[in-house]
Every structure is written in C-alpha cells, then in structure tokens.
Design a protein around this ligand. Structure first.
Ligand SMILES: [Zn+2]
Ligand SMILES: [Zn+2]
Length: 418
C-alpha cells in the first residue's frame, strides 16, 4: 500500500514554501498598513451558513461543497470561501457595536470539490479582506487600492482594475426581466448550465466560461444602464475615489462574480501580461449579506483571491529570486576534533544567525558542496583546536580569519558594509 496526498491536494515542500511565506508576509504587511486585522475562523461551519450566505444558485453550493454529517448527524461543510464565515463571526461577536467599521483579513485554505487541473486544487488557499459597516464608496476604492498595492509589493506592477455594478434588490429584478426578454430568442444556443441560470438568475450567465456563451452575451443589455439612482451615485463615487488615488481602471459591463451576495460594486484586478487567465483577485460589495445571515442590516465590501494562482503568476513573471534563501552560515569541520567543537560553536552562533552544519561525518569536500547546495551566505571553516578559523562569503569570495570571539562581529560588519 502506497499512500499519496488525496486527489486535488498538494504538499508545499521547502523548495516552494519560502515563496508562500513571502506572499503571506507581504499580504500581512500591506493589510496592516491599510488597517485590516487578522481573523481566524473554523475550517468547517454548519452547511446552512454557506447555502444561505453564498447562495443556492451558485456552482459552489450546488456542486462543489465538501458536506458531511458529523457523529450526531449535523450537516457540516468545509469552508469553500471566507466571507460567510467572517460575517457569521461579525454577527456572533457583535463586532459592529458603536457603529464601528470592522476591517478584517484572512489567509487560509478553502475546500471545493472541483475537477482538479493545472493550478486548481480541491484544497486551495485564499487571501481576503472584508470591511463591514460602511456604505461609503471610499471603502470600495480602498479595497481595490489595497489589491493593487499588494501586487506591486510582490513585483507585479501595472495591474488593471475592472469594475462593474451588480445593482441592488431595487434595480436587479427589472434588469433580470430585460435580460430574459433580450436573450429569449437565442436561448437554445446557450449551454445547459446557462439555460438553467436563465431560469434561476440570468445574471449568472455572465459567469459562463464557455466562449460561445460569452459571444452570445456580447451585445446583452448592460446593467449599468439599468441601475437605480442610489446604485448609479455609488458607482460614480467609486470612480471618483479611484481617480483620486490614481488607480487605473476600466468599466467592464460583462464582469460578473460567481456569488449571489454581491450588490453595487464588483471588481477584478487583472495582470494583462498573463493573457486569458489574467485575473489576480476579485470582490465587491455585499450590503445584504449580514441581514441575510441574521444580523442587523450592515453594508460591507470585500476582496479575495487564490494564492496558488498568484504564486504561479509570480513565477511566470520571474518575481521571485532564483533560489530559496539559504542559511547565514554553513559551519564546516576541517577535522574530527573540529566536528565536536562545532556543536557548541553552532549553538552560540544560532543566538544571532541561522546556521547549518554536517551531522554525518562527511568529508571536507562534501561539506563544502553541501554549503553551496544550501545556498549558505557564509562558509565558516573550523580546523579544530588551535587552527585558524576561515570565514568566506560564498557569492563574492571575500574572506577573513576571525578569532573565535570575533565571528559575530566580522559577519555583522560585512552585512552592514554596502
Ligand atoms: Zn440599485
Ligand atoms: Zn454557458
């Protein structure tokens, strides 16, 4: 019996996990600057939360959830996204008390039963922000600006924001009717999924990944021409705020997001160099969700995105350094006596630096090779009792012979020198 990781999951090994650390660190630092605090919520929730929060007509709820009964027969579901859980937690802990705006972030794995393919996993990671408690278009623009700054921080410059409106409960029913009327004569030519969406929620048809369906929608009426005054004003406000912070954007009336809860602003950030699959994140406003999940009516806006997609985009763009960062020092033993002395020397140096060494009694040459393979910044050769120490910087060949008590200072001085 050979065990393997379950279909649609992957191990992230040390050869790659440093990239994940970088992507998460820049997310955390950027989110802190924008005032979004971390929330950690359960890996599973009551199934009903997602059915209600994400929407019965979505592919996620209809086909993709990991749902199972627990030992008492309660229906639980592994979280397929973050927003429903965040809003549930927001309500449960009365976070909006005092009419505060609550700004939260998360970076964690989600679960969807999808057909695994390149870059798509059944356990995948998402980063996300949610700002709950403000109707101001300044929040929508802030979240879009955050996303742009985050990608810049990772080395993806010149992204493009695409924005649209999802309308609101007072303007979408009339738009749905208009859409049904316009699309009825060509309904036969849409795929089965689209014909079902036509009945349930015709705006979902814009989500279809089928190119022929997209072509049939190319001259469909735009929701932007059907917005109520409130939605139109809000959209204009988002545009004004984006202009004020110089975020380049385009209006894309075909933009739809595969979730039912969006109202007013919806957006995606694209990195156009990536071609057809250029979206790096997406989000929007969900003013009705808190009430839908049993809280007081509370406007909100958020963004989320897959981390796997982001990492492969960064790899394609050469945005990561060529090699994983190695230890500061690889400690080489030049004799058997030195190997024993190195145990204490490593312990001391590890109070200040990351240190690797040999544990297998390997030859001097093998140790030197290992130092190179690990990409160690410095190699410190210890000859043993009485012999001189040799400290060498791998990249430049810079070399000194420090006394035993001078190693830390020699390295610190070298790192400080330009
Ligand atoms: Zn409206
Ligand atoms: Zn379709």
């Amino acid at each position: 019996m050979k065990y393997t990781a379950p279909r649609g999951t992957q191990d992230i090994l040390p050869a790659d996990s440093w990239k994940w650390q970088r992507v998460e660190r820049v997310f955390r630092e950027t989110a802190e600057r924008f005032g979004y605090k971390e929330i950690r919520f359960p890996v599973f929730e009551e199934t009903e939360l997602f059915a209600r929060g994400i929407g019965d007509s979505t592919d996620i709820v209809r086909k993709e959830m990991y749902t199972f009964p627990d030992r008492k027969g309660r229906s639980l579901t592994l979280r397929p996204e973050g927003t429903a859980s965040v809003v549930r937690s927001f309500i449960e802990h009365s976070m909006g008390r005092g009419a505060r705006v609550t700004k939260l972030r998360y970076f964690c794995p989600m679960f969807r039963y999808e057909r695994p393919q390149a870059g798509r996993y059944r356990q995948f990671w998402q980063w996300g922000l949610e700002a709950i408690g403000s109707l101001s278009p300044a929040i929508d623009a802030e979240i879009i600006l955050f996303s742009v700054r985050y990608f810049e921080g990772l080395g993806l410059e010149r992204t493009e924001a695409r924005i649209n409106s999802a309308g609101c409960p007072s303007c979408t029913p009339a738009y749905n009717d208009l859409l049904r009327k316009e699309l009825a004569p060509r309904l036969e030519r849409f795929c089965d999924d689209c014909r079902e969406r036509y009945e349930r929620n015709p705006r979902r048809m814009f989500d279809c990944k089928n190119e022929s369906c997209q072509a049939l929608l190319s001259d469909a009426p735009s929701i932007l021409d059907a917005l109520c005054d409130e939605c139109r004003d809000h959209f204009a406000g988002v545009e004004a705020h984006l202009k004020a912070v110089s975020v380049p954007y385009v209006i894309d009336s075909g933009l739809a997001r595969g979730l039912d809860y969006y109202t007013k602003t919806i957006f995606e950030i694209h990195y156009t160099k990536l071609g057809a699959q250029s979206a790096l994140c997406g989000g929007g406003r969900y003013d009705g969700l808190t009430e839908e999940l049993g809280g007081k009516p509370t406007p909100a806006c958020g963004v989320s995105a897959g981390v796997e997609r982001l990492i492969s985009a960064l790899e394609e763009e050469g945005a990561f350094p060529n090699a994983a960062p190695g230890p500061d020092i690889y400690l080489v033993a030049g004799s058997d006596g030195a190997a024993e002395l190195n145990v204490a020397l490593a312990a001391r140096l590890r109070e200040t630096f990351s240190v690797e060494m040999d544990y297998q009694g390997r030859s001097f040459n093998k140790q030197m090779q290992e130092a190179g393979r690990m990409n160690a910044r410095f190699v410190l050769v210890n000859q043993g009792e009485g012999g001189p120490l040799k400290l060498r910087e791998a990249a430049t060949g810079w070399e000194v012979s420090p006394g035993e008590g001078e190693i830390e200072k020699a390295i610190r001085d070298r790192l400080a020198s330009p």
